[in-house]
Design a protein around this ligand. Structure first.
Ligand code: GLY
Length: 325
């Protein structure tokens, strides 16, 4: 058994590990862990407390995938719900679809009784208001919610330096400074040897309304196949979508590459991207035997991840490798 999650998964990794140790299935353990991350307002990139899009609304993406059946469930650009991961799980369990977005996803969430939440905390609203006033001239601000052209602002907006400092990242969990800069991703192998993955995010701050990142796109943001391995990405979703990064890693494993080689091959694929949004991305991967590798690509600072294996008393925080494209 193993759980690998990124630093933003800190509020949930202990719960996921405890559930796996008690014999829970990979998806039950992943969903329970991610729910704790979504509920933690200090994690400014997932669920409640997530940073807003350009028009000041928190839109969530999430996905869950079962490596035994290759069934997935995902939601994109949903507003007003506490646990996007649970709605994604319901898509997998109750619908003959893989991905719902926007109004349809919200209708489905109400239909299954998903918990409502106002995810825009006062702190996140204040950060968005400060950004708006610093970035957008008064004339555009007056018509910001309806007719203003947003596209001229979006590229610079999402590349703004939202990362907390190293001090923030290592701050204790009860500190109310923003913590975390990324989507949360969970990869797990349960007691049966089956793999699963889950992802939840509020995406880039100041993204264009309706923008989906890689997180709800199977094969981009995450992928799991119990026969070979699982992978998940955080950071610049546009890159993972273009390169199909998570699916590629699992496919490279299927082709016989070792885990290190499979991740290297996926990083090489990222080098092939020209134009568009090229920024930082972190790759998390495990193989079916339980080996793991996490690589922060184009990172401006060190990144950490959490890992737990059966027999260990508690999850360990580990430094990720760093590679520049
Ligand atoms: N990787 C998350 C996103 O791009 O939204």
């Amino acid at each position: 058994m193993i759980i690998v999650t990124n630093d933003e998964g800190r509020p949930g990794v202990g719960r996921t590990a405890a559930l796996l140790a008690k014999g829970a299935s990979r998806l039950d353990a992943i969903e329970a862990g991610i729910r704790l991350v979504e509920a933690d307002p200090a994690i400014r990139t997932v669920g409640r407390g997530g940073l807003a899009n350009m028009v000041g609304r928190v839109q969530l993406d999430a996905m869950i995938m079962d490596g035994d059946t290759l069934e997935s469930g995902a939601v994109g650009a949903i507003e007003g719900f506490a646990h996007a991961i649970t709605i994604a799980r319901a898509v997998k369990d109750r619908l003959p679809h893989e991905l719902l977005v926007g109004a349809g996803a919200e209708r489905f969430a109400r239909e299954v009784g998903a918990e409502l939440a106002d995810n825009l905390t006062d702190a996140s609203a204040e950060i968005w208001q400060d950004w708006l006033e610093a970035t957008v001239p008064i004339a555009d601000r007056a018509r910001w919610q309806d007719s203003a052209a947003l596209a001229p602002y979006v590229r610079n907006a999402i590349k703004a330096d939202l990362l907390p400092s190293d001090d923030d990242i290592t701050a204790p969990v009860d500190d109310d400074r923003p913590q975390g800069a990324d989507t949360t991703v969970f990869l797990a192998i349960d007691h049966t040897g089956a793999l699963g993955c889950g992802v939840s995010t509020s995406g880039w701050a100041w993204k264009y309304p309706g923008r989906l990142g890689d997180s709800p796109i199977v094969g981009a943001g995450a992928y799991a196949d119990s026969r070979y391995g699982a992978a998940a990405c955080t950071g610049t979703g546009e890159m993972a979508i273009r390169a199909g990064t998570s699916r590629s890693i699992v496919l490279y494993l299927k082709m016989g590459l070792a885990l290190n080689e499979a991740v290297d091959a996926a990083i090489d694929d990222l080098r092939g991207l020209k134009g568009g949004l090229i920024d930082r991305i972190t790759i998390h991967a495990i193989d079916a035997a339980g080996a793991s590798r996490v690589v922060a690509v184009n990172a401006q600072q060190d990144r950490q991840f959490w890992q737990w294996r059966d027999g260990e008393a508690k999850p360990q925080r580990i430094q990720a490798e760093r590679v520049d494209l």
